[in-house]
Design a binder for this molecule. Structure first.
Ligand code: CA
Length: 361
């Protein structure tokens, strides 16, 4: 082979390699995808907003920029409580929120966030991924052109901030309280007035007296909103939200347009943020509670036993009634309740027994 022939062959080979790889490169380049993520939280709000931001960053980095996600705080692109509609119709490809905000779309959505006296964070995660919950969630959201994922958990919340003492069930009568989801339905049954407000409006509403009480999340988030400056009493436990799941929803058309590897990245990133957010809350709640008690002299108190008993009994009634609204909601409830009944037996001899054995802090 002379030099000319060699160069000719090498050139042909290079051209062949180029011909083979050029379309692949062109395809990868052509498939750079940009998504918008609308959220129900102030941008970078501790825990919720930072969780959404971390999820967007993780997807962008894991895909090496092939799928970039830009986050919008509540109200920046759409109002906080219009995330569901915005993603459903494709105004944004992705949303980060809480499924129970959408009970008007289907009562079943509430079971995918939190049920009063229901599953804790680890139990929710177990039900969704090993108890049939996720398939039901997909079935509920499919009608709205959405694909759901669990994407965060706050752990057990606090009962809320009250400007009136709750010494008996009678004190719930006439109580105007911001409390979403099924917890709100329970309060209503006991004579109160549940109000739905986005987080950013809580402080002003509580301080002005427009509401008498509000629940939000727990010490980490409640301290950030300064709620201790607007109400006197901080009650526990968060009977209404024992392990609320944050959701990531994806527009179904946008989801179907993703190649399989990017779908796997989005899915894996939601699980990573679920894990991360619960750790963030657990680490920060204790410290924030300490600040509220020692620095701000907050009155932290447990709901009276008979109030909790009444809330529990009413919750069972309300949840069963809500479940009967339609066959799909009933199916979700049956699955949830069955899982709860079984896991209670296990956690009686594991989590509860261990906490009792370890003793008080
Ligand atoms: Ca809450």
């Amino acid at each position: 082979m002379d030099r000319r022939e060699f160069l000719g062959k090498a050139g042909a080979t290079a051209a062949a390699v180029g011909a083979a790889s050029a379309p692949a490169i062109a395809t990868a380049a052509g498939k750079k995808i940009k998504w918008k993520m609308v959220t129900s939280w102030p941008r970078n709000f501790p825990g919720l907003g930072t969780g959404a931001a971390w999820l967007a960053k993780a997807i962008t980095e894991m895909s090496d920029g092939r799928l970039t996600v830009k986050v919008y705080g509540g109200g920046e692109l759409v109002p906080p409580l219009e995330v569901f509609d915005a993603v459903s119709r494709g105004t944004a490809e992705m949303g980060h929120s809480g499924a129970y905000y959408w009970k008007g779309k289907s009562p079943a959505t509430q079971f995918f966030t939190a049920v009063p006296f229901g599953l804790t964070a680890i139990e929710m995660h177990s039900w969704l991924h090993f108890g049939g919950g996720m398939a039901l969630w997909q079935e509920v959201y499919d009608r709205f052109n959405l694909v759901p994922f669990d994407a965060g958990n706050t752990g057990v919340q606090m009962g809320g901030w009250f400007n009136k003492e709750i010494n008996s069930v009678a004190d719930l009568k006439g109580l105007k309280m911001r409390i979403p989801g099924l917890g709100g339905e329970v309060l209503k049954r006991l004579g109160g007035t549940p109000v739905s407000l986005p987080g950013a409006e809580l402080f002003t509403s509580l301080q002005s007296g427009a509401i008498d009480a509000t629940e939000w999340v727990g010490p980490y988030n409640d301290l950030a909103f300064g709620l201790y400056k607007a109400a006197k009493h901080y009650y526990y436990p968060g009977w209404h939200e024992p392990g609320p799941v944050l959701e990531c929803m994806v527009n179904k058309d946008a989801w179907n347009a993703l190649p399989k590897d990017l779908q796997a990245i989005v899915s894996a990133a939601t699980q990573a943020v679920s894990n991360r957010m619960l750790a963030e809350y657990t680490a920060n709640n204790n410290q924030a509670l300490n600040t509220l008690v020692t620095k701000h002299k907050v009155d932290v108190r447990r709901f009276p036993e008979d109030v909790l008993a009444s809330l529990r009994q009413t919750s069972d009634e309300v949840v069963a009634e809500v479940a009967a609204a339609d066959p799909l909601t009933q199916k979700v409830y049956d699955s949830y309740r069955n899982f709860r009944d079984n896991v209670i037996a296990w956690h009686d001899v594991s989590e509860r027994a261990y906490y009792n054995a370890r003793g008080a802090g």
